[in-house]
Design a binder for this molecule. Sequence first.
Ligand SMILES: O=C(O)CCC(=O)C(=O)O
Ligand SMILES: [Fe+2]
Length: 196
Amino acid sequence: MDGCKSLKLPLVDAEIAYIADFFSNDEADRIYTALLDELSWHQGDVHVFGKWYKTPRLQAWHGDNSLVYRYSGKALTTEPWTKTLIEVRSRLEAAGFAPNAVLANQYRDGSDKMGWHSDDEPELGEQPVILSLSFGAVRDFDLRHKKTKTTHRISLEHGSLLVMKGSTQKFWQHQLPQRKREKSPRINLTFRTIIT
Ligand SMILES: O=C(O)CCC(=O)C(=O)O
Ligand SMILES: [Fe+2]
């Protein structure tokens, strides 16, 4: 992250940093185009109150060999790393992180979204480190404290990195709300470490 400006969000019970220019604009453009093509995008299903629904976005799950991740009532097995994911991962490694898997989300337009949740699955351990990279359309990202219900909104820019760690997932939820006027896609990569 040398040379990048890291902004620490002023939230209690959280450790969240936002780096707007983790990738340059040109790098982010190239990565965005490559990811659209390279990843094994599919529309998953979510289990909500006893019913299955199509997720309102596309997803792909890549990482080290045969890691299994239980997410939204489903067990996902990793697809192999791709050229572009390896490039992005090595930039995160250079910044001192060691993720072994990535959940990719493609919001095809502003109708696609992700509802309130915490990334607190047991296989992420007690204090998950979530490395969230954004490419394409700029979208709002909301955080909400589980007890106080305090909310905080930031906008996630093309080429940015959001790091959530420490007790963030224990005390806070997050969501990506719909923005019906947005017509272009956004890709989000959330690199994670699955404890095996
Ligand atoms: O798209 C985003 O920025 C959020 C994605 C997210 O929360 C997740 O994949 O768990
Ligand atoms: Fe999340």
